[in-house]
Ligand binder design. Structure first.
Ligand code: IPM
Ligand code: SF4
Length: 413
């Protein structure tokens, strides 16, 4: 029989030891299970109830959402993480100031790599598809089971093939591409499906791929997977832990849907409240803003900071706007410092902080009051996401966030 597998089907087959196709239920060996300060404490309680020893080397714990602790409840969560780490002598723990947003740490620290099956108790675990991994979000109780077993059951997803042609215009980015895709197919357009990207991917940087894969879940996607190419290999050099196996699809693999995008035609997108599918061309909108947030697992990478700094350099943030810049990880923070980017932001009048999820989910450092509007490089603009239920979040790429911070209204560079 000719083999006709997508990347998702291939990774699921390898990890389960079964010739797996879409629709089948498999039990698969996972490479890593990640949890953060919000989801790990619940997983710990479930795990302890099982009375088992953990699969130490596969567990990665990263406090990021409410750290540095913003109140007593978050301090208790983080303390519970530390106790668990000490009790079981876990190595893969990234303390505040030595880590950052969990998904970026998974990338920086070389856990994410081609062919791997990675689960995480956070919905944006799909980010590592940018590096040819099958990665997906799970619940805390599933994470507890993974702590004990190192395995989990999956329904092998069907895949949507997304072919990209051409090249991004200057400052247009992966964020604009994924906002366009979600505005075309809707927030449930990829429910339980894996996106599989192909085409002129040499023109799509790893940073852009990670941003695209990060938001696969915003269309309901189980995963968003790019192939492994020279850009991937170069990125992984000196970073990746252990060996990895690139996975390519078969030429005659079966897809449930095919989409095609020409990057030359793609323009700046902005997703209006209160869903990521409400994408519009950023040139066509008139929206006054109170806050501009640059950060998160979607667009808090060095490439995003460079673009924003280039636009902001030597200028001043609009007097009616608070700009908040939060590099996604310590590695990025240090690099941004070396490159003088943090100084550019600070001198322009932005607030710059060390890595954390910050304003992204309305936890701390940029919570919005009623009626306030924020243009944000993050991935969700649900009601109340960043604060009061009557505040509004407009999702955009780093260039639009930076340009808007200068003008006080949603603008393109
Ligand atoms: C807190 C966490 C469970 C949540 C998620 O799963 O995505 C958060 O990271 C988010 O972005 O909404
Ligand atoms: S940065 Fe935002 S989207 Fe990413 S993990 Fe943190 S809260 Fe979730």
């Amino acid at each position: 029989m000719v083999d006709t597998k997508t990347i998702a089907e291939k990774i699921m087959s390898t990890k389960s030891g079964i010739d797996a196709h879409a629709g089948q239920i498999v039990e698969a060996e996972i490479d890593y299970v990640m949890a953060n300060d919000v989801t790990a404490p619940i997983a710990f309680r479930e795990f302890e109830a099982l009375g088992r020893e953990p699969v130490r080397d596969k567990i990665v714990l990263i406090p990021d959402h409410f750290v540095p602790n913003k109140d007593i409840a978050s301090a208790e969560q983080a303390a519970e993480m530390r106790r668990f780490v000490k009790k079981y002598n876990l190595k893969n723990y990234f303390e505040v100031g030595r880590g950052g947003v969990c998904h970026q740490v998974m990338v920086d620290e070389g856990f994410a790599a081609p062919g791997r099956l990675i689960v995480g108790a956070d919905s944006h675990t799909c980010t590592y598809g940018g590096l040819n991994a099958f990665s997906t979000g799970i619940g805390s109780t599933e994470a507890a089971a993974c702590f004990a077993e190192g395995r989990l059951w999956f329904k092998v997803p069907e895949s949507i093939k997304v072919k990209v042609n051409g090249k991004f215009k200057e400052y247009v980015s992966g964020k604009d591409l994924i906002l366009k895709i979600i505005s075309d197919i809707g927030v449930d357009g990829a429910n339980y499906k894996a996106f599989e990207f192909c085409g002129d991917l040499q023109n799509v940087s790893i940073s852009d791929r990670l941003a695209v894969s990060n938001m696969a879940i915003e269309a309901g996607g189980k995963a968003g997977i790019f192939p492994c190419d020279k850009l991937t290999e170069d990125f992984l050099k000196g970073r990746v832990r252990g060996e990895y196996t690139p996975v390519a699809p078969d030429a005659d693999a079966t897809y449930c849907r095919e989409l095609e995008y020409n990057l030359d035609d793609l323009d700046y997108m902005v997703a209006f409240p209160h869903l990521p599918e409400n994408g519009k061309n950023a040139r066509d909108v008139v929206v006054t803003i109170d806050q501009a947030f640059l950060g998160s697992c979607t667009n808090g990478r060095i490439e995003d900071l460079r673009v924003a700094a280039k636009i902001i350099k030597g200028k001043k943030i609009h007097p009616d706007v608070r700009m908040i810049v939060v590099p996604a990880s310590t590695e990025i923070y240090n690099q941004a410092m070396d490159e003088g980017l943090l100084k550019i932001f600070s001198e322009a009048g932005a607030f710059v902080s060390g890595p954390t999820c910050a304003a992204c989910l309305g936890g701390h450092m940029g919570v919005l009051a009623a009626g306030e509007k924020c243009v944000s490089s993050t991935n969700r603009n649900f009601i109340g996401r960043m604060g009061d239920k009557d505040s509004e979040v407009y999702l955009a790429g780093p260039a639009v966030v930076a340009a808007s911070a200068l003008t006080g209204k949603i603008s393109v560079p």
